[in-house]
Ligand binder design. Structure first.
Ligand code: HEM
Length: 422
């Protein structure tokens, strides 16, 4: 079972390469690798979120949060999400009428922030209309590059860091989200409002001696906000970029949308499952540009690599090389091309299902992946139904990446020219 390793400064990093071994790490032998390995500490309250927590605390939180993402809960969120999709379409039409190109990341981010704020926290964010909204500002702060922080976290003892007042996220993030969430919760308490959304679930867990503190509620809400829009916004931006470059794929996707929304009918929640070509496009874009280019894990219990004498010690960092595997010709035909047919069942060899890790795998699988698919499909309908996109002269034929952020971001703005179709 092939695997390798590198040193990050003084710290050894194990890199499993064999797909069977990767599955063992992520699923079968999960109890040896149950942590993401990111800095977290009780003294740095925002770091105590679902992604960074480990062990029983993670298990309890995950089991309570999972029911917020069931199909019936998603269906309840659909109307809100669609409403903001509609507002995004108005903004696109506006730019088109004025003959202005569209900044895709900006438009996409505004839509997604508004959706997450409303669906999960019941907050009406003004992001769609206001380019300088607080939500956007703090979202950008969370996403900003962090090579120095990674260096500090991997070299210095975490207790010492926490003692020195170290914070995983930039300092200004904590007071903003703490007061925001406190205001929403107070308002709900005062007016006996029960919304049964994520915030409600988390807050109920903090009442009457429940397993969470109020700071835990703030931490996981903040993480959900960041995880919910950063990953989806980069994915949707890459997809619009590739659709502008590949007009045949754009036409085919638009035909599917128009055949579902016949005679200008509005897209319903039930229609989402009919968008089969959109599913292929989404899977393919996440193959080409996985939001997490490597899946992180930390060894939580000593592990002997099966069939060898090699032992991975507790505390070792593990990186699953998602980008490299998803771009490997051994598993995918034409791996360097964006081609949704790469993901169609006829073109996949029998290994392919195991070589796609864009939402992670095993017990730590992305909690919001169905929500992400829903918000991206709605956005695609709103983008493509009445408008065509081409690369603007300011947008390069080959994108480069910001390598120092957690989520794989394009370094350039993605600017597209728009044309009305009808
Ligand atoms: C295209 C969009 C998205 C992508 C590509 C994505 C990808 C991922 C990946 C790769 C992981 C790590 C999984 C692992 O370690 O095995 C993850 C974790 C997570 N994601 Fe997503 N995600 C997306 C959207 C969302 C959304 C919309 C939400 C919720 C609002 C969300 C919530 C989470 C949470 C809570 C975790 C941590 C799960 C845990 O540790 O138990 N994600 N996501």
């Amino acid at each position: 079972m092939l695997s390798g390793g590198i040193y990050l400064f003084y710290n050894p990093v194990w890199i499993p390469i064999d797909l069977k071994l990767i599955k063992k790490v992520l699923v079968t032998d999960y109890d040896h690798f149950s942590s993401h390995g990111f800095f977290h500490h009780k003294k740095d309250s925002l770091s105590e979120n679902l992604f960074q927590k480990e062990g029983d605390e993670w298990k309890v939180l995950r089991s309570h949060l999972s029911p917020t993402f069931t199909p019936s809960k998603l269906k309840n969120m659909y109307a809100t999400l669609y409403k903001f999709g509609h507002r995004m379409e108005e903004r696109i039409s506006d730019s088109c009428k004025k003959g202005q190109p569209l900044n895709i990341r900006d438009t996409t981010t505004s839509y997604l922030i508004t959706v997450i704020a409303s669906c999960f926290f019941g907050i009406e964010s003004k992001s769609l209309d206001d380019p300088n909204s607080d939500f956007k500002h703090y979202g950008k702060l969370i996403a900003q590059s962090r090579p120095l922080r990674f260096l500090v976290e991997s070299l210095v003892n975490w207790d010492l860091l926490a003692h020195l007042g170290y914070s995983f996220f930039p300092w200004a993030v904590r007071p903003f989200f703490t007061s925001l969430i406190k205001d929403v919760v107070d308002e709900r308490e005062k007016n006996s409002i029960i919304r049964k959304d994520c915030l409600d679930t988390l807050y109920q867990m903090s009442k009457n001696g429940g397993p969470l503190t109020f700071q835990d509620v703030v931490a996981t809400s903040t993480f959900l906000y960041a995880a919910g829009y950063e990953t989806s916004s980069s994915t949707l931006s890459y997809l619009m970029y590739e659709l502008a470059k590949n007009q045949d794929v754009q036409d085919k996707l638009r035909s599917e949308i128009l055949s579902i929304c016949k005679d200008n009918a509005e897209l319903t929640y039930e229609d989402l499952s009919k968008m089969k070509y959109a599913d292929l496009c989404l899977a393919e874009i996440l193959r080409c540009y996985p939001a997490l280019a490597q899946l992180p894990r930390a060894c939580t219990k000593e592990y002997r690599i099966p069939g060898t004498d090699q032992v991975i010690e507790k505390g070792t960092t593990i990186l699953i090389p998602v980008w490299a595997i998803q771009n490997d010709p051994e598993y995918f035909r034409n791996p360097t091309m964006f081609d949704p047919e790469n993901m169609s069942p006829e073109n996949q060899n029998s290994n392919v299902e195991d070589a796609w890790f864009a939402f992670g795998y095993g017990p730590r699988l992305c909690l919001g992946y169905k929500f992400a698919q829903m918000e991206i499909k709605v956005a695609l309908v709103k983008y493509l139904k009445n408008h065509r996109y081409k690369l603007n002269i300011a947008t390069p034929e080959e994108l480069t990446f910001n390598y120092d952020t957690i989520v794989l971001y394009p370094a350039e703005d993605i600017i597209l020219d728009i044309e009305a179709i009808n």
